[in-house]
Design a protein around this ligand. Structure first.
Ligand code: ZN
Length: 427
């Protein structure tokens, strides 16, 4: 490597080690992507699709096999002549990803293997709004250590289970390169170095740790983990806080400092209730979980309750025709439509996906929100923008967190260490 290939990524007679590594990384990712798309494919099929020679594909496949990213399956005959070769499929059963979430009212962990198979999933009630950052991160670290032990236990038999990365979802403004929360209004956190603090507490793993905003990761869950996703979507978190994750043209829209999507803090009622951010009448004060419960089901509004249980109890009341619940949800639907009209006029998304409690009670919100949206969308044909409920419930952020670790590995297979000598090309 490299041998001259017409379709090889980045080939310019690469002379430096850096160039050669970049070329190899890109070609490994390309072969891995072909295998992932195909499900099962022979080396010849991959060569035909990727415009690499069969010899190069065999060499790259041997490398991917050695890293445990793919495995060989049944015999497959590529043509009328020659002996049949073994076909290839995605493996990654020994490569794992861990997603973590700090929420106002709970902590969560989800561990999967490279193929997305869930090995561990936990959610535990935790009042982060009234706990210090240190004790919250202590508890999160314990949850992470338990999950890592579970991930390791799941890979009995063969040595070499490898945690590829940890991603943490946080409800606030996150400086992603620094791994820091700049400001989380509902937690009252400012400048908390989460990645560093977690690294100190997770000495037993050297896996990279990234931190990102929960709405961003939830939007990426919709993009990475749903069949046939739309490339222009807005994901709305529906918890104590309201935030938006924006996917435009298949990419996360972060803004210049990474702080985009704070739709919960657009002012909709200057004379309105105080918001966690210190201002008045933000959208969050109209459609955040706390505000909704106070209007629709005040007896369920205690802070220590689990938001998922609160959401289901609220749904139950609406289904039973409870007048206060129905009136409260009607009002939320109206404000939700007002908020979505801002997003629609600004971004023209194909779909707005409701997460958290908004997803749970969506049938009672969407008709009113659509009516409001049609009246306010300047383009007029606002009906073309769908408002749907996320199917991920309160797991969207941790799903998105594991998905970014997996995507990173698929983009850069060299991140996974080789297990031994690369065997000779199989055919
Ligand atoms: Zn606010």
């Amino acid at each position: 490597m490299p041998e001259r290939e017409t379709g090889e990524v980045g080939w310019r007679g690469a002379s430096s080690g850096v160039d050669q590594t970049a070329v190899r990384r890109a070609n490994l990712a390309r072969v891995l992507d072909e295998i992932r798309r195909a499900g099962v494919a022979s080396r010849a099929e991959i060569a035909a699709r990727s415009r690499l020679t069969k010899a190069t594909v065999s060499n790259l496949a041997a490398d991917l096999l050695d890293r445990g990213l793919i495995r060989e399956s049944g015999l497959r005959r590529d043509g009328a002549v020659g002996r049949p070769g073994r076909s290839l499929e995605l493996d990654g059963s020994e490569i794992t990803a861990l997603g973590l979430e700090i929420n106002s009212k709970y902590l969560a962990a989800r561990g999967t293997d490279l193929a997305g198979r869930v090995v561990v999933q936990q959610r535990l009630g935790f009042d982060a709004m009234h706990a210090s950052p240190e004790s919250t991160i202590d508890r999160l670290a314990k949850l992470a250590l338990d999950a890592i032990a579970e991930l390791e236990r799941a890979e009995s038999g063969r040595a070499g289970s490898y945690l590829a990365g940890i991603a943490v979802a946080v409800p606030g403004l996150v400086d992603v390169p620094a791994g820091k929360v700049r400001y989380a209004p509902n937690l009252e956190w400012r400048s908390i170095p989460i990645a560093e603090a977690l690294r100190d507490r997770l000495e037993r793993t050297s896996a990279p740790i990234v931190v990102d905003n929960e709405a961003n990761l939830s939007a990426l869950a919709e993009w990475h983990c749903t069949p046939d996703p739309t490339a222009d979507l807005v994901y709305l978190t529906g918890e104590v806080g309201i935030g938006a994750g924006l996917i435009t043209d298949g990419r996360l829209l972060r803004g210049s400092s990474g702080f985009s999507g704070e739709i919960g803090h657009i002012p909709v009622d200057p004379e309105g209730q105080p918001c966690g951010c210190g201002r008045h009448g933000c959208l969050e004060t109209k459609i955040g979980l706390r505000a909704v419960l106070q209007a629709a089901a005040p007896d369920l509004a205690a802070d220590e309750c689990d938001p998922q249980e609160q959401a289901h109890a609220l749904l139950q009341r609406a289904e039973n025709g409870g007048p206060q619940a129905l009136a409260g949800l009607e009002e939320v639907g109206r404000w939700l439509g007002i908020g979505i009209s801002v997003l629609v006029n600004l971004l023209n998304p194909d779909a707005v996906v409701l997460g958290g409690y908004l997803g749970t009670v969506a049938p009672y919100l969407v008709p009113t929100a659509m009516r409001e949206l049609r009246a306010r969308a300047v383009a007029g044909d606002a009906a073309a923008c769908r408002i749907t409920a996320s199917t991920f419930g309160f797991t969207a952020a941790v799903r998105g967190a594991t998905s970014i670790v997996i995507e990173e590995v698929l983009q850069n297979p060299l991140r996974i260490p080789a297990r031994g000598a690369v065997p000779a090309a199989a055919d």
